[in-house]
Design a binder for this molecule. Structure first.
Ligand SMILES: *Cc1c(COP(=O)(O)O)cnc(C)c1O
Length: 372
C-alpha cells in the first residue's frame, strides 16, 4: 500500500515502552501477587490521585462498572436525568440499577446536557442527575449543583472523556457526588481496559472498595451485593508507565487540534469547538460538524468519502442512545424532546486524533475535507 493510502483510524492507543513494561512484569512474576489490591494497584491509585488532583480514587476493571456501582452506592431509585448524546454505557448503568432514564436535550454550543432543561424534567420520582463531560468539555457544574441542591438530587458525572481536564486549575473530577473514568484502549489515558471512580472522602472510598470486591469488608463479612471489578496488577503496572507519558501525549494532541482548526477554518459548512477559557483540555476527540446546505454534502457522504480514502473517523455520538431499542419507547426519548441532540448526532464526525498522528496525515485528512 502506498504511504499516502495508509489507513488512518480515529485513535491509536498510547502504549508503554515494552522493555520497561517487561521489567515490571518480572517484578509481578517474582512476587506472584497478580491481583487483589497488590502493590501496583496501590501505587497507581496514589499516582492518579496526585496527577488528577483528586482526594480519593478507586480503580476499576473498566469504565462501565464504576457507573453501575456509583448509582448503587448512592441508593439511586426511580428516575435519573441524563443525556442521550453519549456512549450507550451511560444509560445502561441506569437500566442495570432498575431505574428509568429521563433524557434531557443538550446545549448545542457544548454538546453537554443543557442545565436550562433539567428542572422541567424533574418529577417526584427523580433521585439523580447523570451528566457526561462530552469530548472532555466540562459541564456547567455550578448550575447543575445548584439545581441538584435545591431538589435534593445526587449528581454522578460520567467523566469517561475528562481525564486530566481542569477548570481554573481545579480538577473537573471533583464535581458532583461521584465521578467515573474509563481507561479503555480508545481513551486519552488507557490501561487497555480499565476505569476508576473519584470520591470526596475516605469512608466513601472504603465502601466503594468493598463493592468492587463482591462487598467483602473482611474475610467473613459482606456488606452489600457487590460486584467483581478489581483492576489486576498487570494493567496497574501498565497504567503507571502510561502515566509518565500522558502530559506529552496530551500536548501532541493539542498541536493536532491547532492544525485542524487552522486548516479547516475557512471551509464553509464545517464547524468545530474552540478551547474554553480557563480550561485545561485533554483533546480526547476532535469533532467536526457538517452543515449539509453550506458544505454541499451530507455528513454521511463526507464520512464515507473519507473512508474510501482510508480515513476512518467515527460518528460519535450517532445514533443517539435514546434511539436504541431498550430506550426508544420512553416519552423523553421522542426526537421532538431532543432537537439539539438529534442535530448534533446527524452532523458530527470525530476526526482522527492521537499522540503520534503525523503532520502529513493531518494534512491528508484536511485535504479530503477541503476538496469537493
Ligand atoms: C468509554 C465510555 C464509557 C465506558 O467505558 P468502558 O471502559 O469502555 O467500559 C462510558 N461512558 C462514556 C461516555 C464512554 O465514552
Amino acid at each position: 500500500m502506498h504511504v499516502k493510502d495508509k489507513m488512518i483510524t480515529v485513535t491509536s492507543p498510547l502504549l508503554p515502552d515494552l522493555q520497561e513494561f517487561q521489567g515490571l512484569m518480572k517484578e509481578i512474576w517474582d512476587s506472584k501477587w497478580i491481583t487483589n489490591n497488590g502493590s501496583f494497584h496501590q501505587k497507581l491509585e496514589a499516582a492518579l490521585a496526585e496527577y488528577l488532583k483528586v482526594p480519593y480514587i478507586s480503580l476499576f476493571t473498566n469504565g462501565t462498572l464504576p457507573l453501575l456501582t456509583a448509582l448503587q452506592a448512592l441508593d439511586i431509585t426511580g428516575e435519573v436525568i441524563t443525556t442521550p448524546y453519549s456512549f450507550v454505557a451511560t444509560t445502561h448503568s441506569i437500566w442495570w440499577n432498575r431505574c428509568t432514564p429521563v433524557f434531557v436535550d443538550i446545549d448545542p454550543s457544548t454538546g453537554n446536557m443543557d442545565p436550562e432543561r433539567i428542572e422541567a424534567a424533574i418529577t417526584p420520582r427523580t433521585s439523580a442527575i447523570l451528566p457526561v463531560h462530552v469530548y472532555g468539555k466540562p459541564c456547567d457544574t455550578k448550575r447543575i449543583k445548584d439545581i441538584a441542591d435545591r431538589y435534593g438530587l445526587k449528581v454522578i458525572y460520567d467523566a469517561a472523556h475528562a481525564f486530566g481536564v481542569e477548570v481554573n486549575g481545579e480538577s473537573i473530577l471533583n464535581s458532583g457526588d461521584l465521578s467515573t473514568l474509563s481507561f479503555h484502549a480508545t481513551k486519552v489515558y488507557n490501561t487497555i481496559e480499565g476505569g476508576a471512580m473519584v470520591m470526596h472522602d475516605a469512608e466513601t472510598k472504603k465502601q466503594i472498595d468493598y463493592l468492587k470486591n463482591f462487598g467483602f469488608a473482611n474475610e467473613v463479612e459482606v456488606v452489600g451485593p457487590g460486584i467483581n471489578s478489581k483492576m489486576d496488577e498487570v494493567r496497574s503496572a501498565y497504567g503507571l508507565l502510561n502515566l509518565k507519558q500522558i502530559d506529552a501525549a496530551i500536548e501532541a494532541r493539542h498541536q493536532i487540534a491547532i492544525r485542524y482548526r487552522e486548516a479547516l477554518k475557512d471551509v464553509a459548512g464545517i464547524s468545530y469547538f474552540e478551547d474554553m477559557p480557563g480550561v485545561r483540555h485533554n483533546y480526547s476527540y476532535f469533532p467536526i460538524f457538517v452543515d449539509r446546505k453550506e458544505y454541499g454534502m451530507t455528513r454521511d457522504e463526507l464520512y464515507y468519502k473519507m473512508r474510501d480514502k482510508g480515513v476512518f473517523g467515527r460518528r460519535y455520538f450517532y445514533p443517539l442512545i435514546s434511539t436504541f431499542s431498550p430506550y426508544n419507547s420512553f416519552p423523553s426519548a421522542a426526537p421532538s424532546n431532543l432537537p439539539n441532540a438529534c442535530r448534533m448526532a446527524d452532523s458530527v464526525i470525530c476526526l482522527p486524533i492521537y499522540h503520534n498522528l503525523e503532520e502529513g496525515e493531518v494534512e491528508r485528512i484536511c485535504d479530503i475535507i477541503r476538496e469537493k
